[in-house]
Design a protein around this ligand. Structure first.
Ligand SMILES: Nc1ncnc2c1ncn2[C@@H]1O[C@H](COP(=O)(O)OP(=O)(O)OP(=O)(O)O)[C@@H](O)[C@H]1O
Ligand SMILES: [Mg+2]
Length: 504
């Protein structure tokens, strides 16, 4: 019997990519076989997204080659040829929100009838395309109104319609809740059965085991290993990513302190109501860490945003340290001592054109210098310390944040929130996109904030984040349906999040 050699669907070899002084990839390698779901994992800044940019023809490598089906990749300028090979779906939409699904599917290549766009044909072709891939989305819906997972499926269908059978998903689950993730996986498996190949990037390692057959690990810009998922247990996978043993990693973990049940009340909210939630009472003591959990649409994000001035309640009051908190005003909230890691670091988080140092310190400029004058050295020193404390993978404080990898940008947002020495820290999915090891250091920052008396309100879909809380409140359809003190079991919390234990 002869073993046939399978031609890889996509193959990258000896890839080197530099950005100025940064070597984003020193030895990038990847071999994806047809029909598999292949995971690409590594710590923040390891080079995953860089490899994706090279695999999708958005950037040329400085060295190395890319092949599809054994053939050299098309020239960079030939976008159409690349589109027929591969497409990447990101956390952030590449579809136009104001257009309908059908328009997005056929943007710039609308079917013409005697030189005019035929809207009827556009609709039927869109419906056919969606039906072919079993995507249950209304072609007439405005794309902005779609759920994230449906928007992702529309992007996948669009890629398939160009002929690509190789789809890259760069952290598709970072902003999805558990149910949405399950639905995405069901659809991925169905597409895989119809012959679609996936490259899947995620910091949630359990997902790698759930949907992928093969995994490639990158570390510090280099290929480390490629193995069948079944042959690389979680322990070995984490060690390959971190380059350290699990024992060494565990030693770096910090033990969270105990709650002081007699600490004075910092935040007291009464009867808060908005279209997203109803009649919420919430009290947080000094130095207390309170978690908010719930499915998408439960109101947990809006509730947390209310204290940071990002969402405005229509009724109710909140007091912070006895003073009435003004709603709907981010500056006022910041002045009152509320700092926030917002939901969307792209829209609300960072100023892309500014340096890491400027972004991290912009909320504290008045403290760093008097009369509006901030000594550059002081600012740099302060920013350098933050970069160190939060383990941000960067050249230094003068690098623009737009250069940072996703997870490292998230850490800058956290640095900025901490820099203002807040009384209340509002964290919305603070560890989204952050690698396993950095997660630990980010959560440790949360613990130390608590030690110096800062109160924390953290919204998260991740049980690991919520486990660090003194108690977790669960919202369901805008109401608090459960409260779990620290020490809960996963299944208890999941049950109340899913709303299965609160009938009655
Ligand atoms: N345009 C750029 N200019 C300068 N440096 C860059 C640029 N893009 C990426 N880098 C650097 O290259 C390295 C690899 O970044 P990349 O985005 O590939 O990481 P990643 O593995 O995707 O990380 P994450 O998990 O955080 O998304 C990082 O150190 C990053 O700061
Ligand atoms: Mg990335």
């Amino acid at each position: 019997m002869s073993t046939a050699v399978i031609t890889p669907l996509a193959e990258a070899r000896d890839i080197v990519k530099r950005y100025g002084p940064t070597t984003a990839l020193a030895d990038g390698r990847l071999t994806v076989l047809p029909g598999e779901s292949h995971a690409l994992v590594g710590r923040n800044g390891a080079g995953k997204s860089t490899l994706v940019r090279i695999l999708t023809g958005l950037q040329a490598p400085d060295e190395g080659t890319v092949r599809f089906d054994g053939e050299p990749a098309p020239p960079l300028a030939d976008r159409d040829a690349w589109r027929r090979k591969v497409a990447c779906v990101y956390q952030h939409p590449t579809v136009v929100p104001e257009l309908t699904v059908a328009e997005n599917l056929f943007i710039n290549r609308q079917p013409l009838q005697r030189g005019f766009i035929s809207w009827r044909r556009l609709r039927t072709e869109a419906a056919d395309l969606l039906a072919t891939w079993d995507v249950q989305v209304d072609p007439e819906a405005r794309t902005a109104d779609l759920k994230v997972e449906d928007r992702q499926m529309v992007e996948i269908a669009r890629a398939l319609s160009f002929g690509a059978r190789f789809i890259i998903l760069d952290e598709p689950t970072a902003q999805l809740d558990n149910r949405e993730i399950e639905r995405l996986f069901t659809r991925m498996r169905a597409l895989q059965d119809s012959g679609v190949t996936f490259l899947f990037i995620s910091h949630h390692l359990q997902e790698v085991y759930e949907v992928c057959q093969t995994v490639t690990v990158l570390r510090d810009a280099r290929w480390i290993t490629t193995a069948p998922v079944a042959e690389l247990p979680r322990r070995a996978l984490v060690e390959a990513m971190a380059g350290e043993s699990l024992e060494a990693l565990a030693e770096q973990a910090v033990d969270p302190g105990d709650v002081d049940h007699d600490a004075p009340v910092l935040l007291e909210a009464r009867g808060l109501t908005s279209p997203a939630y109803e009649n919420i009472d919430l009290t947080i003591r000094r130095g207390e860490v309170v978690g908010l959990a719930g499915i998408s649409g439960s109101g947990k994000v809006e509730l947390a945003e209310s204290f940071a001035g990002l969402h405005t309640p229509t009724g109710g009051t909140a007091r912070l340290g006895g003073e009435r908190l003004q709603f709907g005003d981010v500056q006022a909230a910041l002045k009152a001592g509320v700092a926030c890691v917002p939901r969307d670091r792209h829209d609300q988080g960072l100023v892309a054109g500014m340096t890491i140092g400027d972004n991290a310190t912009m909320s504290v400029l008045d403290r760093l210098g008097r009369f509006g004058f901030v000594g550059t050295d002081r600012k740099r020193g302060f920013a350098t310390a933050l970069i160190e404390r939060l383990d941000i993978h960067a050249e230094g404080p003068d690098q623009p944040v737009s250069d940072l990898s996703g997870g490292n940008a998230q850490k800058v947002v956290m640095a900025r929130a901490l820099a203002s020495d807040p009384r209340l820290l509002v964290l919305i999915n603070p560890t989204a996109g952050v690698d396993v090891k950095s997660k630990e250091s980010l959560l440790a920052r949360m613990d130390s904030a608590r030690e110096d008396g800062t109160s924390v309100l953290v919204v998260s879909d991740e049980l690991d984040d919520l486990r660090r809380c003194d108690r977790v409140l669960v919202l369901f359809h805008g109401r608090v349906v459960a409260e779990h003190p620290a020490g809960w079991h996963d299944h208890e919390l999941i049950a109340s999040i899913e709303g299965v234990d609160n009938h009655g």
